[in-house]
Design a protein around this ligand. Structure first.
Ligand code: PAZ
Length: 320
């Protein structure tokens, strides 16, 4: 059997980014999950969600972070499950999570009450205040069904190193199911990092004066993912810009460079109501109207709809 290709990025990953100790165990879990669901006739999507943390010191006190809340990844996970997919949810620790995301802005104690006015009495119980959380029963029911049928496999990351190694492991795990795998790379990943060999061990001292940082470019992981790790999979990357005038051009360039199937392009301020799904042949605008917003329609519903039908066509073309 031919040996898998080792790209220069593989070498860089091994040398400059600390390998998390649990990566082998997580890879086995993801492989078993993918094979189980594909055998049952399901497609499997790997969603990345949230932002990466880049340490500035090896005994880390400070790090660079970014804005991503993880809402896009968490809500998309729910829509993929409703579309019949099993989901590996590779997300930043404490970013938004499917189902519980709906209550993330709430103080838990405000949602509870005692069954009797005298809360301190021994026969008074604590229950959910349904006036504060009118849809809790519906969400809880769906959450429990999904848990029971093991349709969601959550995997956490914190740092950029963890993200890169776990994504590689996920790609290799999902390569076992060929074109039935989709990658939905919605995480906001740092473009810059400080290599372990150049990182100060101890807390950077302000007594040394203003801080000047020199950071390296993070290797473009999409390249080996598409070419070497999961070459038969359906791969979607996300592109975020703050300048709308360069967005489409950047999305097109990404498609030409990495030769994957689609880019979901969005602008920071309008990302909840407008995205463009760009493929080598097409470019579709997805827009929420005021009416949609009044009816609590989420743009992720439209994105997932668009991509699951594109994935169908992709599988048919691959003869899978
Ligand atoms: O996590 P969130 O819902 O706050 O934001 C989603 C997003 C803007 C991070 C995502 O849609 C995206 O564009 N991710 C890729 C970002 C990038 O270009 O690196």
């Amino acid at each position: 059997m031919a040996e898998p290709r080792i790209s220069s990025i593989d070498g860089k990953l091994a040398e400059e980014f600390a390998v998390p100790s649990h990566v082998g165990e997580v890879k086995e879990k993801m492989t078993a999950f993918a094979v189980h669901h594909a055998t049952a006739g399901r497609r499997v999507v790997l969603i990345t969600s949230g932002g990466t943390k880049v340490p500035l010191e090896s005994r880390t006190v400070r790090f660079l972070d970014n804005f991503s809340s993880g809402r896009r990844g968490a809500s998309s996970a729910e829509y993929f499950i409703e579309s019949g997919y099993a989901v590996i949810f590779l997300h930043r620790h404490r970013s938004l999570y499917p189902y519980t995301r709906m209550f993330s802005t709430m103080n838990m104690l405000d949602a509870l009450k005692f069954t009797s006015d005298d809360g301190a009495s021994s026969n008074s119980e604590v229950v959910v205040n349904q006036q504060v959380l009118p849809n809790i029963a519906k969400v809880l029911k769906r959450y429990q069904e999904v848990k029971e049928s093991r349709l969601l496999l959550p995997i956490e990351f914190n740092t950029l190193s963890e993200y890169l190694h776990l994504l590689k492991a996920a790609a290799q795990a999902l390569s076992t199911i060929g074109s039935k795998a989709m990658f939905y790379l919605a995480a906001a990943v740092s473009d810059f990092y400080i290599p372990a060999s150049e990182m100060p061990e101890h807390k950077i001292q302000s007594s040394n004066g203003p801080l000047q940082l020199s950071m390296n470019m993070v290797p473009k992981i999409l390249s080996p993912l598409v070419k070497d790790w999961a070459p038969q999979a359906f791969v979607i990357s996300f592109k975020l810009e703050t300048d709308a005038t360069i967005l489409l051009d950047k999305a097109r360039r990404a498609l030409e460079t990495y030769r994957h199937q689609a880019v979901v392009a969005n602008v920071l301020d309008s990302r909840r109501g407008y995205v463009m799904v760009v493929t080598p042949e097409t470019q579709v605008e997805l827009i929420l109207t005021e009416e949609d917003e009044k009816n609590d329609v989420e743009i992720e519903d439209r994105i997932v709809n668009n991509l699951t039908s594109a994935h169908n066509k992709f599988i048919t073309r691959q003869g899978g």
